[in-house]
Design a protein around this ligand. Structure first.
Ligand code: FES
Length: 591
């Protein structure tokens, strides 16, 4: 009886010719396949190298190993698994020989759906800091309709476990981008996830892992005592002791508000820790838990990753700028001592921000700033309301940053703004009296930054007759050139003046950022700026914040755009494009 060809198999070669020639290339129902005759067996794999798409038919086969000709990735020929994780496994296909013809099944039942495959590759990419693998994973996962929260969760857990120093810029960037994902169009969501993943992997590369402290066995310690213990341990810079207390609080099912309260109290017991970074990290860790759920099994790990930073941070009252020529730390402390009394005075009152409040916060005299804050609290300003007002004053410093300053001073106004935004977010979550101290710290920095608005950058003139499309094009054009800071601010403002859609502006600002080799601060600036923008209805305030973001981005663009090139390669590979034909096969293996 004649043998039959199994269902789904496609003829790809004459058996005797293949035995003689050793390899052949075929299209099996549209799948590019290379079939080898090696050591007496027929083996079929996808002809596109999973690394960067070079034809594997050009590769060499020796003792069961297929080696790609381009960057020399090696594959176990019978199953397609790679020796080189940066390249990924190549798909292999079952082969049958029937009546002198070689058949291949180009669509066999796979054990592993794409979502599972890319989730595993994501872990490889994080562990080995492989940028191209991370780009492919982000694209593969999102195009397999995986919820972005899943890879975000993987990276968050990874980043908190595999970095002894704890929460840092990588996880902050990842969370900031996760927050802004709804602003972005589909392709830019892939870019955002990829950029965040790259930062986490890079942060953890070559770092020792974090070894955990354990929670106390006691589960009935009152929250007020846990909070006091936590602050005392951070005060004496005992990170291990503080971590045990924090883990005990999580194990005792303290609420997200209570956990935030513990952390923010310790983070504001001293002034402006590490130029505000510690509070910003704290805020981002709580936002990360908003995404994955506060009941996540790794909640204690995520929060514990903050502790070392809090305990070891530089305390700004130790800096001369907070002591001389005016004792700003001392003056703040005077208000802190009166906080309970001022809050009591304001109880039952409702505070409306005075028209000149931003000007008072921008005063040349520190006492005027502190009086403005004291008056507001006595007048009933909640910590959230006051934090919001100070965040705007800080954002206005960025909008008015003079380009005559040294370039690095962008960081100074940026730090204040990001810190103020983080304090405002914490005030929404856990509005404690202690947190007013964070608001005073932000306002102190707004005061200290005054010389960076001397003279202030000109406010963009209003142009309601502008064409929003043209303004947007001009804005993006500014990002292609160096030094177009004021022009970028003007185009962003005029886009809004002319009735341009704010959602479109946000998407374009986000998209532009994701095409650059953006640094930590620029990610933060965009996120803080757009968050404060979203919170406001007042068109004048929105205009100031959009101006601030556009100016900050323009000051830092263009960059080399290396990360975008990697994303572009990964995206084209995913679409099946033939990258090697353009590049002349001169490429480098993944980093
Ligand atoms: S190793 Fe095959 S394309 Fe790079």
């Amino acid at each position: 009886m004649a043998a039959t060809v199994p269902d789904g198999y496609v003829a790809v070669a004459d058996e005797s010719t293949l035995r003689e020639e050793g390899r052949t290339v075929a299209s099996a129902d549209g799948t590019p396949v290379v079939v080898f005759h090696h050591e007496g067996e027929f083996r079929a794999v996808n002809n596109r190298c999973p690394h960067m798409g070079f034809p594997l038919s050009e590769g060499s086969v020796d003792e069961g190993v297929l080696t790609c000709e381009w960057h020399h990735a090696r594959f176990e020929l019978s199953c397609g698994d790679t020796f080189d994780p940066w390249a990924d496994d190549v798909e292999s296909y079952p082969v049958e020989v029937v009546d002198g013809t070689v058949y291949v099944d180009p669509d066999p039942q796979r054990d592993e759906p794409p979502a599972v495959h890319w989730a595993e590759r994501l872990e490889d990419g994080l562990e080995q800091n492989l940028r191209l693998v991370l780009a492919k994973s982000a694209i593969g996962l999102l195009r397999a309709d995986v919820n972005p929260v899943e890879p975000f969760e993987t990276a968050t857990v990874f980043g908190t476990k595999y970095r002894e120093g704890g929460w840092s810029s990588g996880l902050t960037i990842l969370t900031a981008l996760m927050n802004r994902l709804p602003d972005l169009d589909e392709a830019d969501r892939e870019r955002a996830l990829y950029q965040g993943l790259v930062q986490v992997a890079s942060d953890c590369a070559d770092q020792p892992p974090k070894f955990d402290q354990e929670a106390f066995e006691a589960t009935d310690v009152p929250f007020s005592r846990l909070k006091a213990w936590f602050r005392e341990n951070v005060e004496v810079r005992d990170a291990d002791g503080a971590e045990r207390v924090l883990r005990t609080a999580v194990a005792a099912d303290c609420t997200p508000e209570q956990l935030t309260e513990m952390l923010t109290a310790a983070a504001t017991d001293h002034r402006y820790l590490d130029t505000g970074h510690r509070f910003d990290h704290l805020n981002k860790a709580t936002e990360a838990l908003d995404h994955v759920g506060w009941d996540h099994p790794e909640t204690a790990d995520v929060l514990a990753s903050l502790v070392r930073g809090l305990a070891t941070a530089e305390r700004s009252e130790e800096l001369s700028s907070w002591r001389q020529p005016d004792d700003l730390a001392g003056r703040s402390a005077e208000s802190f001592e009166r906080l309970d009394e001022m809050v009591a005075e304001g109880e039952g009152k409702s505070w409306t921000e005075p028209d000149d409040f931003t000007d008072r916060l921008h005063s040349e005299e520190p006492e005027a700033v502190y009086e403005a804050l004291d008056d507001a609290i006595r007048g009933g300003a909640t910590v959230e309301e006051l934090a919001r007002a100070v965040a705007f004053a800080a954002g206005k410093r960025v909008a008015q940053f003079s380009t005559a300053n040294e370039f690095n001073d962008w960081n100074t106004v940026h730090h204040t703004f990001t810190y103020a935004n983080a304090v405002h977010r914490a005030a929404q979550r856990a509005p404690t009296t202690e947190l007013y101290r964070g608001v005073y710290d932000a306002a102190t920095n707004v005061y200290l930054d005054r010389f960076l608005n001397t003279p202030p950058a000109p406010e963009p003139s209003v142009d309601e007759s502008a064409d929003p499309d043209e303004e947007l094009q001009e804005l993006l054009h500014c990002f292609e050139m160096e030094g177009e800071v004021n022009a970028a601010g003007t185009h962003a403002a005029n886009f809004l003046d002319a009735g341009g859609d704010p959602e479109r502006l946000k998407a374009e600002l986000g998209g532009a950022l994701l095409r650059e080799d953006t640094g930590f601060h620029t990610f933060q600036a965009l996120e803080a700026g757009l968050r404060q923008f979203d919170l406001r209805d007042d068109p004048d305030e929105r205009r100031v914040l959009a101006t601030a973001v556009a100016r900050y981005l323009a000051a830092h663009y263009p960059t080399r755009r290396e990360r975008e090139q990697t994303y572009s390669i990964a995206s084209r590979l995913h679409r099946g494009e033939r990258i090697h034909e353009e590049s002349g096969a001169e490429g480098a293996a993944d980093d």
